[in-house]
Structures are given as C-alpha cells and as structure tokens.
Design a protein around this ligand. Structure first.
Ligand SMILES: C[S@@+](CC[C@H](N)C(=O)[O-])C[C@H]1O[C@@H](n2cnc3c(N)ncnc32)[C@H](O)[C@@H]1O
Length: 252
C-alpha cells in the first residue's frame, strides 16, 4: 500500500470517534481504560505498518480473530469504516457483542480452529494474542489454515510472546504459575517455542517464542511471503509477524 494511502487511513482514524461502550464481560478491560485503549490504538498502528509493507491497495474485508470483546475491534471499525468485518472468538458472547456493537458478522470458533468455517477472501486477518496461548504444532496448523483464507495479496498480522515476555513474567505480573513457567522456558530454550497449559481441563495456556522459530514456522507455509517480524511491535509488548498472500517463489 502506498504510504500516502496508509497516512490517509491513519489521519481519518485519528479524527474518528472510538466507540467507548465496553461489555461488562470484557476481561481485557480489567487493566483499566488507559492501557485498554492504548493497546487498541497500537493494534491499528501495527496493522498500518503491515499494510505499508504490502502490495494491497484497499482493505474491504477483515477478520478479527480472536476478537474478545473488541479491544482492537472498536478501533478496526473506526479505521476501516466501510469494511466488512468478521469477529471470531470461541467466546460467543464476545463475538456477538463485537458484531452488534461494531457492525459486523459474528463467527463462533472452536478449540480446533482448523475445523471452523471462518470465512474467506480476507484482505486483512488480525490475530491479536491467539498464538500466545497455544503450542507450536497448533499455531502452525492454524497459521496455514488462516493463510488460505486470505485474498490474493491479503495480509495476516499475528502477535506472539517474544523475548520481552520473559521480562513481563518476571517483573510486570506473572502470566502463569512458576512451575508452568519453568516448563515454558525449557521449550523456549530447546526448541524455540515453549508452552504450558493453565491449570484446568483445556489445552490452553501460555507460549513463549524465539523470533527465529516464528519466522521458520512462517517460512514453512507454502505460497506466502514473510513481510516482517517486529519485536515488541504491539503496544511495546507482543512481537508481531506479518505475512502476505503472495508466493515467495513467484517468478520475477
Ligand atoms: C488474550 S485474549 C485476546 C482477545 C482480543 N484479541 C484482545 O486483544 O482483547 C485471547 C482470546 O482468545 C480466545 N480464544 C481462545 N481459544 C480460541 C480459539 N480456538 N478460537 C478462537 N478464539 C479463541 C479467547 O476466548 C480470548 O477472547
């Protein structure tokens, strides 16, 4: 996308009013309004950087996955007022809230995302904090599944817990218990992708990734190209991976 077009989207977004209706079920709001809104805004900044790297001209169809209760979704609606937006989450209340509040379609996800009919032909797929909660095998399967849902030249922007998240766990509020964290670090140092489950029945927890492992994973997905990896690219916290649906082996 031309820089001038990216700048025009950003200008209009900065002038737009952000919907401030917050669901009482929005757990992300527990951090308070300042962090909540700045994280949403910075999601748009990460997306605009990704678009600037891409060869897209317009963004008519967007998937926000997992949408939660719209921490970023409300900003997506402000930045792309005419786009069709699908809001997907395993939390059906969150998907319904976003669809009703921010004008879109609700998609109910499942523990195995690759079994979900998540829609097609998306110009932008924003994955804010999903791979941060699963092991590498699932992340890779889901990444392939989602890359196939992109329009030609469509852009996927996904966040992961990178190197910085070690500091977050140590200094800023533990994401998971110490025993689980040791298990995560072991995977992180041996394979590049550590993961441990939260206590409870679900296979859902916290992951921690080395940038090289994330890029290698993206490099194994055929028919796309890696446009970027931005350490602490979302709100100074999560790392951000950017992929374009354009064959890396396309002839000159
Ligand atoms: C850390 S929250 C992030 C939510 C949102 N992106 C945000 O920034 O506020 C993680 C979300 O992942 C959702 N989730 C967990 N497993 C999922 C799955 N298999 N498919 C879709 N969403 C899932 C949870 O319900 C939760 O809303």
């Amino acid at each position: 996308m031309r820089y001038a077009r990216v700048a025009a989207i950003e200008d209009a977004y900065m002038k737009a009013e952000i919907d401030k209706i917050v669901s009482p079920k929005d757990h992300m709001y527990n951090t308070g309004p300042d962090w909540y809104y700045s994280v949403g805004l910075d999601g748009i900044r990460a997306i605009l950087r990704a678009l600037a790297l891409s060869s897209l001209n317009e963004v008519p169809r967007i998937l926000d996955l997992p949408c939660g209760h719209g921490r970023v979704g409300r900003h997506l609606r402000a930045a792309f007022p005419r786009a069709e937006i699908a809001f997907a989450d395993i939390d059906t209340d969150g998907a319904d809230f976003c669809a009703a509040q921010f004008r879109g379609e609700a998609i109910y996800s499942q523990p195995d995302l690759s079994q979900v009919a998540i829609g097609d032909n998306y110009d932008l797929i924003w994955i804010g904090s999903l791979f941060t909660h699963v092991d590498q095998a699932r992340a890779e399967t889901w990444l392939r599944h989602l890359c196939r849902r992109l329009s030609p030249r469509g852009v996927l922007v996904a966040t992961v817990h990178g190197n910085w998240s070690k500091e977050v766990q140590r200094k800023y509020g533990a994401m998971i218990g110490q025993d689980e964290w040791q298990e995560i670090l072991k995977g992180y140092y041996t394979t590049g992708w550590g993961y441990a489950r939260y206590p409870g029945p679900d296979d859902y927890g916290v992951s921690l990734c080395q940038a090289s492992a994330v890029i290698a994973m993206a490099g194994r997905v055929e028919g796309v190209r890696v446009l970027g990896y931005n350490e602490r690219g979302w709100a100074g916290n999560h790392d951000v991976l950017v992929i374009e649906n354009r064959d890396r082996m396309e002839p000159f």
